[in-house]
Design a protein around this ligand. Sequence first.
Ligand code: FPP
Length: 265
Amino acid sequence: MSRPLATKSDHSKICECPPGLDPRKMPAHIAVIMDGNGRWAKARGLPRIMGHRAGVEALKRTLRLCSDWGIRALTVYAFSTENWSRPSDEVNFLMALFERVLQSELAQLQREKVRMNFFGDLHVLPKRLQDLISESISLTERNSGIHFNVCTNYGGRRELVRVAQKLAERSSRGELDPALIDENVFAAELFTASEVDPDLLIRTSGERRISNFLLWQLAYSEIHISDVLWPDFDSSALVKALLDFQSRCRRFGGLDPVDSDQMAF
Ligand code: FPP
């Protein structure tokens, strides 16, 4: 890898947002469905794997920008539970790519104080990748910088089933009264227990689906669909997503303050 994955910024500094963005209205947590690697490669007459390679560069750029602009967490969809159905050559390439990128970038991530985590059923991944993932998590767990979460062999439905199983097991052991299960108890068993829910979901390549990503956590996220293919995602595409986010009025099922002031019963 020619450029480090992490940002060069000092996280104790006030973030420097690009002009036009309001630093007080930045999302705390951005989730990204990185889509369009295959189409990017096809458009250039290249094999699909070249699109994934270019996708890594886009991910490095995005992590750096998010960190520099004061975003506290970035969660990306790297490999879904459904992606195993791709041709085995592509799956093997992706697993080797994850391994290679982790190996080459871990020291730099650590220097830049990035806190890494991985969400998904990790025990079926190749053993060497599992070992690298464990090393990355334990090495960076006390870091004070951006939280960088990589969803690998992740599926939203599977995550919810896993929570149901954990709660059922605790109940059957007599440790948890089912009547006391509420949204907080449930959310504490999700992979994302230590994160706030994403404020903003970005999906690239113009597709308009959630694709089994963070089904619980995206309940009130603002959604930005970018037509840019993931390998081309850059600072101007991110600024566009952030401007779109900052233009939204988030009501969380309530009313705008101005509208509720005007209510006359
Ligand atoms: C979706 O595009 C992309 C993926 C399934 C893989 C994403 C992985 C990376 C960008 C590498 C990340 C690396 C690390 C270390 C986390 P697609 O292949 O579905 O594109 P298409 O829809 O155009 O075919």
